[in-house]
Design a binder for this molecule. Structure first.
Ligand code: 3PG
Length: 215
């Protein structure tokens, strides 16, 4: 049986490092390091690389080894096997689109702090039962947007959220101004065309803008 490993950083530290956690989809390992360097140069260090492509784990490994200023996280963690593979590749935190007790346990076993995905009050209560108080609200816009978070701030006064899904530069402040929002997640910071063009300056300047969004 795996031994529970203490994460190197807490979920709250992951959420409080910058106003935005980029949700990253990488199809080419060659993009990983220059992309991470650009985001870090722009002030975004917590990088959620999603387990949605065959290259994702190799990308995490490259960033973890070669970009000391970056903190690699794994997104789209849906199973204990995903958590194990992400930890092996150097991830320090995990983000999941939903929550299961098995995924929570695997993350604890492998020393990954976890932002579990929730979309309903029952989801929140399940995650809280297992000790989670920092949660990803997903898919944020589709599941009720800022109004939903405002409603949750009553009964779930002790929870902080990272809304993700449909968050854009245009609506990010609507979320970030809420007292129960610590940061937002979004894919807009790493557009596929910027990756394809190797436009690292664009990524850096978008990261800089995002890192200055006020909370
Ligand atoms: C995710 O994949 O976690 C979110 O769907 C990202 O959503 P976005 O592409 O709307 O930012």
């Amino acid at each position: 049986m795996a031994v529970t490993t203490t994460p190197m950083l807490t979920a709250l530290q992951v959420m409080q490092d910058a106003p935005v956690i980029p949700v990253i989809v990488l199809n080419d390992v060659a993009h990983a390091v220059p992309m991470a360097r650009a985001l870090v140069a722009g002030g975004i260090r917590m990088l959620e690389v999603t387990l949605r492509t065959p290259q994702a784990l190799a990308c995490m490994e490259a960033i973890a080894k070669e970009v000391p200023g970056a903190v690699v996280g794994a997104g789209t963690v849906r199973s204990p096997a995903d958590a194990a593979a992400a930890a092996k590749a150097g991830a320090q935190f995990a983000v999941s689109p939903g929550y299961t007790r098995a995924v929570g346990q695997a993350c604890r076993d492998h020393g990954l702090s976890l932002l579990p995905g929730v979309a309903t009050g029952s989801d929140i209560m399940m995650a809280q039962e297992d000790g989670y108080t920092e949660l990803k609200f997903f898919p944020a816009m589709q599941a009720g947007g800022p109004a939903m978070l405002k409603a949750w701030s009553g009964p779930f006064f002790d929870v902080k959220f990272c809304p993700t899904g449909g968050v854009t530069p245009a609506n990010a402040l609507d979320f970030l101004s809420l007292t129960n929002v610590a940061c937002v997640g979004g894919s807009w910071l790493v557009p596929a065309d910027a990756l394809a063009q190797g436009d690292w300056r664009r990524l850096e300047s978008m990261a800089r803008e995002a890192s200055h969004l006020s909370r």
